[in-house]
Ligand binder design. Sequence first.
Ligand SMILES: [Zn+2]
Length: 307
Amino acid sequence: MNAPDSRTARITGLVPSLSDRHVLVVGCGSVGSTMSDVLARHGVGSFTLVDPDVVEAPNLSRSTYTGEDCGRPKVDALADHLLRIDPGTRVTGHHCDLDALLELQLADLLQQVDLVVAALDDPVAQGALDHRATAIGRPVVHCALYRGAAAGEIVLNIPGATPCWACATGQRATSHGADGAHLRGEQDYGTGRLAAETALGADILTVVSVAAKLSIGLLGGPSSPVGTHTLTAIARHSMCIISTSAGWEWFPGNFGETPGQFAPQSVWLRVLGSPECPVCGEHRVAPVAPLGDGTAAGALASFRSGR
Ligand SMILES: [Zn+2]
């Protein structure tokens, strides 16, 4: 194996050392596992992983997991994967959902990390996580796919610099496509989680790679080229929608007759924060546990549904 110093030889000058950076990854499916893989290969030194699921065979077509991982908790399999990339990586896994993590004092954990990667398939939990991270001042990169990974969205929540995830997604979370179906996919009303859909792993990677670069930039800071890229994006926009399919929804209207356009395409959006937002507005509500059973969750749900 190469010496540790040579591991980052081909990204030297592009990314500062990230060995002292700690990333919390909540949701270790196709998005979370791939994000973790890319961040580890760029030198992130510490990870805390949260996911309640075990690896199943259908996961193998679009994640970092292998056949040998089937039946194992995703956090354990991903931890081993990250350690194979760099044995010096520090990884802690929590095989549980966000409800259970709240009992494990999520606030304390958030204090310890530099960045949160939110890749959940439960919009309520995603909002609760964003609320808590915002209250503590931790940046969050949200990455989610729309139906069939025909498109995906990335939301950057940098407390103090951008509006929050609820301000970014309130309207879109309830919007529907031209065929009347929900843009984000069908929800399993038994669990509140988004139902798994067929989608090309290659399309998921297209969206995740953009989120990963933005994350590396946030971790690297303004002194690096990738950090400058991320900070420039944040100064102008904090939400990106990427279509992986030609002619997706409102994209043709956006690009018009511009020549040379095909998929993938991206549109960046400036998010307008609402003074009424309970997370980042003028009258903030403190996040409280248990999830979904407090004034914070109620205020957040009401705010998002009304936008
Ligand atoms: Zn907000």
